[in-house]
Structure formats: structure tokens, C-alpha cells
Design a binder for this molecule. Structure first.
Ligand code: 13P
Ligand code: SF4
Length: 349
């Protein structure tokens, strides 16, 4: 087996050889061993924008998860190819909204609400769900523009059908002043709305999906921090539950969390509720600040972590040999419809 040093020097050599033909975007949740080779790092919105702006690179080796690579494929030109270093790098939240379940849900929702609903899908979703959204006049959102996009959606229709993350949907709508009783959860397993309210009161329909990493942060964790570190500010990602966001001092996307810590005074103290690789990186980058994870057992995203040094090298070597592995290609029809939902977001982001 190759040593870590050998792998790193091979990766560097391939990067040098391929030059601007190769582009490696890396999500903030990726491991340090991968991030060190990223040509650009960002949250999901930034990575979508960066992919759209790059017309030069022939090979885009996406260090993130499957839906991000699909999005990059849909926003780049036909001459550009996107690869995912490990096909097992999926997203359990994206997998919670299946297109067949969504197609089954829509007529039931139409029956309940008529033509008053617009779908909004978090970018953490399959290309098929983005295509469904585009087909019905809706748009994508990310955690950094969810507020703007929900506001936009309400200029279009009276009601929003938000997929697949109930927590981002609920937290965003709540921040915009929508009462919790005017939100209802859509259960894809029963194909029913879970509510006692009459349909006319419902403004936001939340798909019953969640991120298992962010559900790992609980109110017990926030209470423990308040007791043990009363001086600490708690900042969490809006994929955490409403109760956790309410108990925290602040919430925002990965980019927002990073910017907040970067700007914070040097003796400040923080408990962060988001993926472990990002929290560990912030701890290393800010030795002057006291930073801990909100859950001391830490919360790794197992699928993000599947991209590691050996997989990155394997992917790059396959490109170098002219026989690239794991090319992510969304079919033309799905891509066209999905792009309309992405473009409605990018226009406003
Ligand atoms: P952002 O990068 O948009 O904050 O999303 C977090 C996430 O869970 C990505 O999978
Ligand atoms: Fe999906 Fe959650 Fe992992 Fe992000 S952190 S890729 S939402 S499982």
C-alpha cells in the first residue's frame, strides 16, 4: 500500500500535469486530507456557483456528495465531465425524498389545496426531485438563501411544499413569522399530511426528511453547555431541529458559521452544532478561541467521509490514464427541468 506521503505526492504531480484542465471543488465538510488539494472550497451554494462559472476545466473531481456532483454536472458545459471519487458518497437526507413518492404526493396535495402550492427543494436532493420542482414552477434553495427563496415562493403561490429537509423548511418559515401551527408534515410513507388543522390554515408543507448528522444535536446538549460553559455562544446549522435552533444563540449555513467564527473576538467561546470535519478545522484554525462541538461525541457525516486520500488519488489516476471512473451524468431531460429550478435560485442568490 502507498504511504500517505506517496499518495500526496502523486496527487500533486497529477494536479501539476493536468493544470487548468482539472478542477477540484471541496465542500466544507470534507476531510482535511482532501481539502488540502481543493482548488475551491465552499458551501453548497458557493460550489454550485463556482461550477457554473468554470468553463475551462475539462475534468471536475467533486469532493462532496452525489447530489452536489449532479448539480455541478447540470451547471457545466457538455465538454466538461464531473466525477465523484467514491460512488458511495451519497446523502441520506437526499435519499429520503424519492421521486416516485413525490409524484404520488403531488395529486393528493392538489386535491387538498388546488393550484395554490409551489415546490421548493433544498439542493440536498436528487436531480429528479429538482426536475419535479422545476416542472411545477418551483426553485431550489440552499441553507444560505432559504429565507430569500421562501419569500420569493410566497410571491408566486399561497403555499409552499418544501423538500426534503423538514428542519430547514420549518426553521426558515418560522424566522419569516409563519406560526408553527400553519405548518404540516407530509409523510411520504403514508402519503398523508400529518395535521389536525384544516387545510386552509396550512401555509407550509414539510416533507418528512432530515439530516441524521444534524439530528445528532439535541436540546440536552444545549442545556449541558449552558450549565458547564455559561460564557459560550452556541451556533448551529439550520438542519438542526427547531428546538435546537431555538435553544442556540445563532444559526446559519456552513459559510455563515465560518464567517461568524472568523469575525469573532479572539477570547470568545463557541459550541458549534454541525459536521465534525468543519468543527475540527475551525478548532485548529482558531487556537485563540475556545471552540468545541455542541455534541462532545462529535457528529461525522459518514458519506462525506467516504471521499478520502486513496479515493481522490484513484479518481485522478483514472483521469490521467484517459479512463475516468465514476462520471456523474444526469440525463438530458431531467437536467433541463432541474436546471430551471436551479436557475430560479441562482438568479436570486
Ligand atoms: P451548506 O453547505 O449549504 O451549509 O449545507 C450543509 C450540508 O449538509 C451539505 O450537505
Ligand atoms: Fe447529507 Fe447531512 Fe451529510 Fe449533508 S451532512 S451530506 S445533509 S447527511
Amino acid at each position: 500500500a502507498l504511504s500517505k506521503n506517496d499518495m500526496e505526492s502523486r496527487i500533486l504531480a497529477i494536479k501539476k500535469e493536468l493544470g487548468s484542465k482539472l478542477f477540484i471543488p471541496g465542500h466544507h465538510y470534507q476531510k482535511d486530507e482532501v481539502i488540502q488539494f481543493a482548488d475551491a472550497t465552499g458551501d453548497s451554494l458557493q460550489l454550485a456557483q463556482i461550477s457554473a462559472a468554470n468553463t475551462e476545466a475539462e475534468h471536475i473531481v467533486f469532493c462532496g456528495v452525489h447530489f452536489m456532483a449532479e448539480t455541478a454536472d447540470m451547471l457545466t458545459t457538455k465538454q466538461q465531465h464531473v466525477y465523484l471519487p467514491d460512488m458511495r458518497a451519497g446523502c441520506s437526507m437526499a435519499d429520503m425524498a424519492d421521486i416516485y413518492q413525490t409524484e404520488q404526493a403531488w395529486p393528493v396535495l392538489q386535491e387538498l389545496f388546488g393550484d395554490t402550492i409551489i415546490p421548493l427543494t433544498y439542493v440536498n436532493s436528487t436531480a429528479a426531485i429538482k426536475a419535479f420542482t422545476g416542472r411545477h414552477g418551483g426553485a431550489c434553495v440552499t441553507s444560505s438563501n432559504a429565507k430569500e427563496m421562501v419569500e420569493w415562493a410566497f410571491t408566486q403561490k399561497q403555499r409552499i411544499f418544501f423538500l426534503p429537509d423538514q428542519h430547514l423548511g420549518r426553521n426558515t418559515a418560522y424566522d419569516l413569522g409563519i406560526p408553527l401551527e400553519n405548518m404540516a408534515v407530509w409523510n411520504p410513507h403514508t402519503n398523508k399530511l400529518e395535521t389536525d388543522q384544516s387545510p386552509e390554515n396550512i401555509q407550509v408543507i414539510l416533507w418528512k426528511g432530515h439530516c441524521s448528522v444534524h439530528e445528532g444535536f439535541t436540546v440536552q446538549h444545549t442545556e449541558l453547555i449552558r450549565k458547564t460553559h455559561p460564557n459560550m455562544r452556541i451556533i448551529v446549522h439550520p438542519e438542526c431541529s427547531r428546538e435546537v435552533v431555538a435553544a442556540a444563540d445563532d444559526a446559519g449555513s456552513t459559510k455563515y458559521i465560518i464567517d461568524t467564527i472568523n469575525k469573532a473576538p479572539s477570547d470568545s467561546a463557541w459550541a458549534i452544532g454541525t459536521e465534525m470535519n468543519l468543527v475540527n478545522r475551525l478548532i485548529k484554525q482558531h487556537p485563540d478561541k475556545q471552540i468545541i462541538s455542541l455534541n462532545e461525541n462529535f457528529c461525522p457525516c459518514l458519506t462525506m467521509n467516504r471521499i478520502d486520500l486513496p479515493h481522490l488519488l484513484w479518481s485522478l489516476e483514472s483521469i490521467q490514464k484517459g479512463q475516468p471512473h465514476n462520471c456523474i451524468q444526469v440525463d438530458a431531460h431531467t437536467a433541463e427541468e432541474a436546471r430551471s429550478s436551479l436557475e430560479r435560485m441562482l438568479l436570486r442568490a
